[in-house]
Each structure stands twice: as C-alpha cells, then as structure tokens.
Design a binder for this molecule. Structure first.
Ligand SMILES: *Cc1c(COP(=O)(O)O)cnc(C)c1O
Length: 404
C-alpha cells in the first residue's frame, strides 16, 4: 500500500507504524484516504479542543494570516498581549503574573526548568519530580520525566533531578532547603491517566512553600478546560508558582506557554531565555480565539458534565474487560482487566472509533471539549462493540489452545 511504504521509508522511525492516512476532519469526526469515517476520541492527544475544522479556528487562522503572522520578539502584537492577559485572568495570577510563549509543551517545560534553576541558583541544585510523570522528550524535559526506560538510550541526563513517589510522605522525606522546585503532573496522562492522591497538591503547596521551593504544575495535558476547570490545580484551590500549558490551548495550532505567579514572575531577566517563533501573532491569535470559544460556549462546564456522563456510560457497559474509570472531566482512562489495550484500539479502529492506549492496560479518552449526547452514545456503542470483538478473539484463542 503506497502511503504505508512512503511513511515507512521517509519518516523518522521514532514513532510506530501510522494507524491510518487521514485526509479530513469535521467536529469529532475524521475521514481516511479511502473515505472511511471515524469518531475521534483522541483529538490529536487532547489537542483539538474544538474538534476539527471549527469555524472559529478556521476564521482566526485565515484572518490573522492575512493581517500579520510573525514579526519576532523584538516587537509586541495585539493578539500576543491579549492572549497573555487572558491566560493571566483564567489562571488567576492577578497583576503580578507573567506569560512566556513557546511552540510546544516541551518548550514550555524547558522554560519552567530554567525558571527553577534561576530560583535555585548555586544553593538549591535539587529538583524534585514524580515517578512516572511525563514532561516531554527534549533533553531538558526528558531529565524531568520519571520514566527510566525513556531516559536510558540518552544518558547522561542533565543533573539535579530526583524522582519521588506520588505521596505526601515521600515528598516530606525528600524535601529540604536545597530543593529549587517540585514538578507535578496533576493527572498523569501518558502514564495511563493516573490521579494524584487526594490532598496531594494542597500538601505539596504547603511543603514547597515552607522550604522556599517553587511548585510548578505541568498543565500541558490537563489545562485549557480539559478536566472541568480551566486548569487542574484549580480543583485543589491552591496557587502554584508556575504552570505550563500547551496541547489544548491552540486547538490544533502548535503553541505552548509558561504562566508564572507572584515572585516567580521576576526571575527571568533580559537575555535569559527566548524563542524565535514563540508568541508569534498567528499562534497567539488562534489560541486566543480557541480559548475565547471555550469560554463563550461554556466548554469547561461541558467537559465536567460530559466527563461524568461518559464515565457513567462506560461503567454501564456490560463487559468483564472494564475494571474502572480514572481521571477527571474529559481526560479519562478506562482500566482494563487484561493487558489487551492495543487489541482494543485496533478493534475500535476497525469499527470506526479512534482511541489510544498509553499502556497495555489502559484506554485513554480525550475527545474534543465540544462533545454531546450524539458523540457519547455513538462512542459507547462502538467501544462496547470493540470490547466484545476482543473478548470473542480472546475466547477463540483459549479454545484454540485447548484443542491444540
Ligand atoms: C504532551 C505533554 C508534554 C510534552 O508536550 P509536547 O508538545 O509534546 O512537547 C509535557 N507534559 C505533559 C503533561 C504532556 O502531556
């Protein structure tokens, strides 16, 4: 098949085989090169907040591209300043907050890593991060990512980062006055949608504050309304020192940001960081329009309500393969009772449903924040169908084994 051959020959091998050749999207639906339609419950990995080809997204790109796309950070532009003010308001930083713009999640976390070093200086060389949390694939953010198998081929890492269990006891044991910052992923998405223990963020805020360390919350997957609040830290009622945002804030346009609170906003000074593309007029106009539409259409509330509806509907599916549902809002992980997530993803695709398996025992659901009854009903029917296809195949295998 032509596209598989081209992809296999021409694209970097760091990604697995491409699942399909997609040519078009509209709302929560995608079409492949053969005209087959899919219900999209992956949304570009929690990126396409408004679904595909949303008129607000399309209009923002077209209008800004025809007005002013890029001028460099030697200049300010109206969309950049509007987005910075909007992010400060949504994150609740008050006057003193500041925003750094990059083009991806990793770039936002690189900025946060440098923020931690600026805060720590020579006296605070230690940085704490959580085991299994994901913070990115660049050399800096990989050093923050508590997954030894990901780091292993690229050792040595940038020094100073130590990984702890996601428990208050582990944090208390590791913390001292030589820690510059604690990095937290509030729901561990890539690890399989793992919630933090109840009360962890509040305790982390207290413990970091009492030792003079920064609390940096990676909201790259959880931010922009996905968990049913604008940012996941807001469920805990705390004020962090910095958050990083990317995936959903651009609705499909690559953009990331670090938002600082209070005194942490004064750490960067001229010459300490930068980006050629970061904060360009085109990207900031699109992100501003996407966040504006999330606000106008009440999609943060929709994420909270539809998330609960989806959770209830999944738990109502009559299948021994479902062990439970983790996560919050429209960042959900379906725990499977057998390590068959890859087979479920493949069966779902056969049936016209796109979902994702962050590991062998979890299905991650991160649909557009715009979903309603129609998408949820269709999802439940397709997902149940995929589960029963896999259950039948498993049974068949067992039977074959018995007869062999
Ligand atoms: C996706 C993700 C990143 C990395 O973002 P990129 O845009 O892929 O660089 C970092 N942290 C978290 C929590 C993520 O989900």
């Amino acid at each position: 098949m032509a596209w598989q051959d081209d992809a296999g020959r021409d694209l970097v091998r760091s990604f697995g085989e491409r699942m399909a050749m997609l040519v078009r999207g509209e709302g929560s639906y995608l079409w492949d090169a053969d005209g087959k339609r899919y219900l999209d419950f992956l949304a570009g990995i929690a990126v396409d907040s408004l679904g595909h080809a949303h008129p607000v997204f399309v209009e923002a790109i077209a209008t800004q591209a025809a007005t002013l796309a890029h001028v460099s950070n030697y200049f300010a532009t109206p969309p950049q300043l509007e987005l910075a003010a909007r992010l400060k308001r949504l994150a609740g930083t008050g006057e003193s907050g500041r925003v750094y713009f990059g083009n991806s999640g990793a770039e936002a976390n690189e900025a946060a890593f440098k923020l931690a070093r600026l805060h720590g200086g020579a006296d605070r060389p230690r940085i704490l991060a959580l085991k299994d949390a994901f913070h990115g694939r660049t050399m800096g953010t990989l050093a923050l990512t508590g997954k030894p198998w990901m780091q292993e081929p690229f050792l040595p890492m940038t020094p100073g980062v130590e990984f702890i269990d996601s428990s208050v006891e582990a944090l208390e044991a590791a913390m001292d006055d030589r820690v510059a910052a604690l990095f937290v992923e509030p729901v561990k998405g890539e690890a399989g949608v793992i919630d933090l223990p109840e009360g962890f963020l509040q305790a982390a805020r207290e413990i970091t504050r009492s030792h003079g360390a920064l609390l940096i919350v990676d909201e790259i997957q959880t931010g922009a309304g996905r968990t049913g609040e604008w940012f996941a830290f807001q469920h805990a009622g705390i004020v962090p020192d910095a958050i990083t945002v990317a995936k959903g804030m651009g609705g499909g346009f690559p953009i990331g940001a670090m938002i600082t609170f209070g005194a942490a906003s004064d750490l960067f000074y001229p010459g300490t960081h930068g980006s050629t593309f970061g904060g360009n007029a085109l990207g900031t106009a699109v992100a501003g329009a996407v966040l504006g539409e999330i606000e106008r259409a009440g999609l943060v509330e929709n994420a909270a309500e539809r998330g609960e509806q989806l959770r209830t509907a999944i738990l109502g599916i009559d299948s021994d393969l479902i062990g439970g549902v983790r996560g919050r809002g429209l960042l959900l992980g379906v725990a499977l009772t057998h390590p068959i997530a890859k087979a479920v993803v493949a069966a779902a695709q056969e049936h016209g449903l796109i979902i994702n398996a962050p590991n062998d025992e979890t299905i991650r659901l991160v649909p557009a924040l715009t979903i309603g009854d129609v998408e949820i009903d269709e999802f439940v029917s397709l997902f149940a169908h995929a589960l029963s296809t896999v259950a039948d195949a498993l049974l068949l295998e067992n039977t074959t084994e018995v007869h062999a």
